[in-house]
Design a protein around this ligand. Structure first.
Ligand code: NAD
Length: 361
């Protein structure tokens, strides 16, 4: 789905299958924002606001198109009642009035009348979302809201990891398994706690030595240098730091049976999903296994308790198993199976919606 920057605007929208794109400009504060609504079949388009420096308008547009489309797929596999959307605000070199920028964004969100709901994302903070809130109620993840999603994300990753083990061996126990965890930040550390609790052995790394020390002291983990994590002998590799870590350089080094972690965009390119497959490594598609973060945000929207959010994240176990079964039955790589599952759920929901409309006529 690589977008050609030479495409015309509507060709670009058609290629990604978007419903609506909204551009807004406020010359007074310098706000330049794009909101992309990819698909509202399952509910209002939900997705965070990214505040980022882009090399041009077109780069920002392609980014928001890709990110919002990914949200549709993530929501469809997580079986939550939201669609996919995202917004970007173009960051500039000049100092800006942050309140004015985010209030302008709030007005932009408000102008869509609830078809798009925003939240925090890369480059934005809960305080920024409070500014957005002054202009619209279509914003989640506020300071007094559900807060840090990483415990729910980590729980979902833990459940998805168990499903991978079940898929390969018939038992889902992680006791005695060795898990190599890349990045012991918010998600990684919570994940390590679940793993330790179940009796797994931990090998950890991080570029921040204090975080490594904490994991070693608290959980008895073995520490390795960041570049060594790809070649340690383990049962499972759990990327919980950066995107793009599964690539031509790293995949040949892996000495594991399973890759299952919380990081976004783990495959440098789609073909790396096929490369993992050809090496006999079971890969839990990132947007399926890390759906707990989205579930945490939806919990706020739906008014769920923390227990309900955890129960929903626990279902990631079944979803990962389902994806791996589709992959096996249809002879395709797991990342493709995840896309198929999402597309089938969307098509089914669209069909039901259409039938419902016809019945009510
Ligand atoms: P975080 O910043 O708290 O943790 C990331 C950790 O990775 C940090 O400790 C950092 O020092 C470390 N790191 C960075 N580069 C590294 C490298 N080269 N080698 C080893 N360690 C490195 O972030 P987080 O909230 O834990 O998120 C981790 C990943 O999970 C990100 O890709 C994020 O997009 C994704 N994710 C997070 C959530 C969530 O709920 N927080 C939800 C979905 C996806």
């Amino acid at each position: 789905m690589a977008a050609d920057l030479g495409d015309g605007l509507f060709e670009l929208l058609a290629r990604y299958g978007h419903e609506q794109i909204s551009f807004a400009y406020d010359p007074e504060c310098g706000y330049r924002g794009i909101i992309a609504i990819h698909d509202t079949t399952l509910g209002p388009a939900l997705g965070g606001t990214r505040y980022w420096t882009y090399r041009g308008d077109r780069e920002a547009l392609v980014d928001v198109l890709k990110l919002s489309r990914a949200m549709t797929y993530k929501a469809a596999v997580a079986q939550v009642r939201v669609g996919g959307g995202k917004s970007v605000i173009m960051k500039t070199e000049e100092p800006v009035d942050r309140e004015a920028i985010f209030r302008a964004h709030g007005r932009h969100v408000e102008s869509l009348g609830g078809r798009y709901i925003t939240a925090e994302d890369v480059g934005t903070s809960p305080a920024d979302m409070e500014f957005v809130r002054r202009e619209t109620r279509h914003v989640l993840g506020l300071m007094e809201g559900f807060g840090d999603p990483s415990p729910v994300t980590a729980f979902g990753v833990y459940r998805g990891m168990k499903a991978c083990v079940k898929h390969r061996s018939g038992s889902d126990s992680l006791a005695g398994k060795t898990v190599a965890v890349q990045g012991v930040g918010h998600v990684g550390l919570h994940l390590c706690r679940y793993l330790r609790e179940e009796g797994a052995r931990l090998i950890v790394t991080d570029v921040d030595s204090d975080k490594v020390k904490r994991a070693v002291a608290e959980l008895g983990a073995t520490a390795v240098a960041p570049e060594e994590i790809y070649e340690v002998e383990a049962d499972i590799f759990a990327p919980c730091a950066l995107g793009g870590v599964l690539n031509d350089k790293t995949i040949p080094k892996l000495r594991v049976e399973i890759v299952a972690g919380g990081a976004n965009n783990q495959l440098a390119e789609e073909r790396h999903g096929d490369l993992l497959e050809s090496r006999g490594i079971t890969y839990a598609p990132d947007y399926v296994i890390n759906g707990g973060g989205l579930i945490n945000v939806v919990a706020e929207l739906e008014g769920w308790s923390r227990e309900q959010a955890h129960a929903k994240a626990a279902e990631i176990y079944d979803t990962v198993l389902h994806v791996l079964t589709i992959a096996k039955e249809e002879g395709i790589a797991s990342y493709r199976a995840a896309d198929r599952l999402a597309e089938r759920r969307l098509a089914e929901a669209a069909r039901r919606k259409k039938e419902g409309k016809q019945e009510s006529r």
